[in-house]
Write a protein that binds this ligand. Structure first.
Ligand code: FAD
Ligand code: MLT
Ligand code: ZN
Length: 479
């Protein structure tokens, strides 16, 4: 395997032939943005950045990579947060950015078909133009691509209603490592002829094939949508940022989320932010005071329906334990202002430095206890007395917490490991929605049974026998 920035003789000529010399970037300045990921924690030099325009060009590039044994990193919008989208040292980057067309969007069939480099926002706009929606949304919508979202099985803010990317997918076209094109784009809901190509590729993080087209199921664009930001206070007598304080308000949030899901049948989103994250977002983004500015945490809830869900929502929130003040909005501008407190967490945290971004699922009955305990575990892992900041937020409706550590050096994994151990002890998952990448490799073996891992490894060697597709990502080295 070629693992330095020295291309084997003939390789560059082959990829120039495949895509045109102007779409092969070798200049350091032109390659730079493809070589560092969104977190700035992960990256390395690329042998070359290749930008094909269509499926057959992708096939030719992969055939050349196979022939010359050049490792290749597929890249969409490069918004991934686990180091899987960037070279580690000397791989070719295969950018899907030029495959960016929506090919069809048919509300009667209920399907959108698009090339893999299409951004989520572009696909959402195409769906909206026929009064439909995709049922999936993430804050990185303007850059994240459909192919990247399939490859990571992206989750986001509508999972509790419509599931993750896996559930939205109706078909796929993918190019295998040797250039073979495998296509299943019919979008049929019932089609049981053997293995499911789209599902095999979902969550494979560029290790089994390169996605070139995606079929997504549409959902109705419902006429009434209401967003509420709810101030919460815990019942602890301790300070809000103490372990007991965080645990207490997290218990309130988990209980309120469950109550809302029981009583309101059209909830799209249930998101949680805490006082420290709220203060940071307000300061960095210059946002006005939220409802109950002194709250310990806020639950953001969004519901949509054929009829106005406001009344049902208000009734469900009324007299709920721990609720202090509420702001409600039912038009786009007002809803966006409420969402900003939650969605801008990622950008605000990035201003503090290179964050270690740990994306976890906890069983609901363990989430509050975990949230209370995580700071002291991080501090202990770092030898105590550090000034590491730990900022939590997440998709509380499905048990997904984002734990952001700011302080440890990028290559210092002591705190990451301690948090992953906590999660495994509590029966959770070390990757809720961002994938494994290279950030979580050491914990894959603890998170999966050995039989399960054997299946993954055999799939990898069957589909990519030369091991050229995103080597080092997702599957830990054997032994
Ligand atoms: P990239 O970052 O380019 O790649 C990600 C992985 O997919 C890599 O392993 C890459 O090799 C592989 N890949 C990319 N394209 C292809 C392809 N065509 N074929 C095969 N493999 C491919 N994620 C969530 O799940 N939920 C969220 O709510 C969420 N919010 C975010 C908010 C912000 C502000 C940011 C910066 C990120 C967020 N993310 C979220 C993470 C990220 O947006 C997702 O992981 C997204 O799916 C990545 O898409 P991408 O096109 O940027 O992929
Ligand atoms: C989010 O939910 O905002 C994302 O997954 C991004 C992040 O974890 O920062
Ligand atoms: Zn998320």
């Amino acid at each position: 395997m070629v693992d330095s920035c020295q291309a084997p003789q003939g390789f560059l000529a082959a990829v120039h032939d495949a895509v045109g010399a102007e779409h092969c970037l070798s200049d350091a300045d032109l390659k730079a943005s493809y070589e560092l990921d969104w977190t700035r924690r992960f990256g390395g030099p690329a042998l070359v950045v290749v930008r094909p325009a269509n499926t057959s060009e992708v096939a030719s590039v992969l055939a050349a990579c196979s022939r010359f044994q050049v490792a290749v990193v597929p890249q969409g919008g490069n918004t991934g947060l686990v180091g899987g989208s960037v070279p580690r040292g000397g791989e070719a980057v295969l950018s899907l950015g030029r495959l960016n067309r929506v090919l069809s969007c048919d509300p009667d069939e209920g399907l959108l078909v698009a090339e893999a480099g299409t951004t989520l926002a572009t696909a959402q706009a195409a769906a909206a133009s026929v009064h439909a929606a995709l049922g999936i949304d993430i804050a990185a919508r303007d850059s994240a691509t459909l192919g990247g979202m399939v490859a990571t099985n992206a989750g986001g803010i509508h999972v509790i209603r419509h599931g993750p990317m896996r559930a939205r997918l109706g078909g796929i076209e993918v190019v295998l490592a040797d250039g073979t094109v495998a296509s299943r784009l019919s979008g049929l809901v019932k089609d049981n002829v053997g293995y499911d190509l789209a599902q095999i590729m979902t969550g494979s993080e560029g290790t089994l094939g390169v996605v070139t087209k995606v079929v997504l199921h549409l959902v109705p664009l419902l006429p009434f949508r209401v967003t509420a930001l709810i101030g919460l206070r815990g019942f602890a007598h301790s300070a809000a940022d103490s372990a007991a304080g965080v645990r207490a308000v997290s218990q309130v949030a988990v209980a309120l989320a469950a109550r809302l899901r029981r009583r309101v049948d059209c909830i799209d989103a249930l998101e949680l932010v805490y006082a420290d994250g709220m203060a940071l977002v307000r300061e960095v983004m210059g946002l006005p005071a939220p409802p109950d500015p002194g709250a310990d945490a806020w639950l953001l809830v969004e519901a949509s329906g054929g009829q106005d869900p406001s009344g049902m929502l208000a009734e469900a929130i009324e007299n709920a334990p721990g609720v202090t003040e509420i702001a409600v909005a039912d038009e786009a501008g007002g809803r966006a202002r409420l969402w900003a407190y939650r969605e801008r967490h990622t950008e605000a945290i990035a201003t503090l430095g290179v964050a270690h971004k740990l994306d976890l699922t906890l069983p609901m009955n363990a989430l509050a206890e975990f949230a209370g305990a995580v700071r002291s575990e991080v501090s202990a892992a770092l030898g105590g007395g550090t000034d590491t900041r730990v900022i939590l937020f997440g998709h509380v409706g499905d048990g997904n917490l984002h734990v952001n550590l700011i302080g440890p050096e990028p290559e210092d994994y002591r705190a990451d490991d301690a948090v992953f151990r906590m999660v495994i002890q509590r029966g959770g998952s070390i990757s809720a929605e961002h994938g494994v990448g290279i950030a979580k490799l050491d914990f894959v073996t603890a998170a999966r049974s050995s039989g399960d891992l054997t299946v993954m490894r055999r799939m990898k060697s069957a589909l990519d026998p030369g091991g050229i597709l995103n080597p080092g990502v997702l599957l830990p080295p054997v032994g």
